[in-house]
Design a protein around this ligand. Structure first.
Ligand SMILES: *Cc1c(COP(=O)(O)O)cnc(C)c1O
Length: 400
């Protein structure tokens, strides 16, 4: 079918909740995507970091198809023989005692909020219905009503009230503001170690460590949303590892299943996760055998195929090459590992037009927050591919 026909059907019958670039993908392999005309593109978004293992990783294809023929869903009314292996692997990889599995990232964030609130009531002694969670301005934690209630982005929330109470927003990167916001009712502080959707915003050095210290001092839980930046993206297994910090609650999603099947989880030690009792929370699909098998293998791939190390080495190489590009539009190159933001000047006419031009050159990128082009390829990318991309990016960044 003709591309315009496909785009037209989508426009007429799908809600207009995205402004997708006009490229219709039909196949993916590793770092490459192919559209319906056969044109090849370097994927520099990786489905918002969900496809860190590369598209259609053969090990995941194998596990998915084998498990799909065996057993896909029992619900957790019954046990299945894949979920325990997934839990064991998560424990081995993260060090946390326990996990609560969900599907989308937003559900895992909601799960973390519920765990932390219940912990505040039954362990910390916060009066019922008064728990507060401190979050950062510019955050992105998902799209549910509760989560958008503490967004600072007007479009995400303004016409979707009434909102869920119990959250305080403080400026990102400002530890003093967290200290001042803490009250005896504070249950937790939830932050992204780097704000991905916010425009690849890096907090000042030492921020995560200081947040950790403040939380410990005040008996407040530190919740890290590692959905986008975790599992190797930044060149360490978790973005919090750059400052040697261990959150009390960690939230994972996206790359946890290598882009095959939505799997997410909230993780914590028994002292915290132990507050959850039968009937408190659940999900029909969470912990299902198909998702468990895929996520276990997705973690195996990250650990066994050196993706974390490759993200560190290739991330630094890519950032250095990008920073060298002579361009009248380039304001800043920042990021960590293979989560890179290229900010263009305010006069450059926005990041979107560069993303459209990059598409024409065979590179798929997403603009974020008007002026930032995000480069976040699969963690399997090699130097030869980066060297292929740089002249194309250079050309685009020099368009009038
Ligand atoms: C993508 C993302 C989410 C939401 O995940 P969904 O699977 O889209 O619900 C939450 N937090 C962060 C940091 C994210 O990047």
């Amino acid at each position: 079918m003709d591309i315009n026909k496909l785009i037209d059907i989508e426009y007429r019958h799908g809600a207009h909740n995205y402004t997708a670039l006009d490229v219709v993908i039909e196949r993916g392999e590793g770092v490459w995507l192919y559209d319906v005309t056969g044109k090849k593109y370097l994927d520099c978004l990786s489905a918002y970091s969900a496809v860190s293992q590369g598209h259609c990783h053969p090990r995941l294809v194998k596990v998915l198809t084998e498990q799909a023929q065996q057993l896909t869903l029992t619900s957790r009314a019954f046990r299945n023989n894949r979920y325990p292996y997934f839990l064991q692997k998560l424990h081995e990889v993260t060090g946390y005692d326990m996990a609560l599995p969900m599907n989308s990232g937003a559900e895992a964030v909601e799960t973390a909020i519920k765990v932390v609130r219940k912990w505040a009531y039954v362990k910390k002694g916060v009066p019922r219905n008064q728990a507060e969670i401190i979050v950062a301005g510019g955050n992105f934690h998902g799209r549910t009503i509760t989560i958008i209630s503490f967004s600072s982005e007007p479009q995400y929330k303004d016409l979707f009230g009434p909102h869920t109470p119990g959250f305080k927003i403080v400026p990102y990167g400002d530890v003093q503001a967290i200290k001042e916001a803490i009250t005896p009712h504070t249950a937790g502080v939830m932050i992204e170690p780097i704000q991905g959707e916010g425009g690849v915003i890096m907090p000042p050095n030492g921020y995560l460590r200081q947040v950790r210290e403040v939380c410990t001092q005040h008996n407040v839980l530190f919740i890290a949303d590692e959905i986008q930046v975790g599992l190797g993206r930044t060149g360490k297994l978790f973005a919090c590892d750059h400052e040697g910090v261990r959150p009390d609650v960690m939230i994972l999603g996206k790359a946890l299943s290598g882009g095959f099947y939505p799997v997410s989880a909230a993780l914590a030690d028994e002292a915290i996760m132990g507050v959850i009792e039968p009937g408190d929370h659940g999900s029909t699909f969470g912990g299902n055998p198909l998702g468990s098998a895929v996520a276990t293998e997705a973690l195996n791939i990250i650990m066994e195929e050196g993706l974390v190390e490759n993200a560190a080495v290739m991330g630094q190489y890519f950032q250095e090459r990008l920073a060298e590009i002579p361009s009248p539009h380039l304001k800043e190159v920042r990021g960590r590992g293979l989560l890179i933001g290229v900010e263009v000047n305010d006069q450059a006419g926005g990041a979107r037009r560069f993303c459209e031009a990059l598409r024409d050159e065979g590179i798929l990128c997403k603009d974020t927050h008007e002026t930032v082009i995000r480069f976040a390829p699969p963690l399997t990318i090699d130097q030869e591919t980066i060297d292929w991309a740089i002249p194309r990016i250079t050309q685009v960044l020099n368009l009038n």
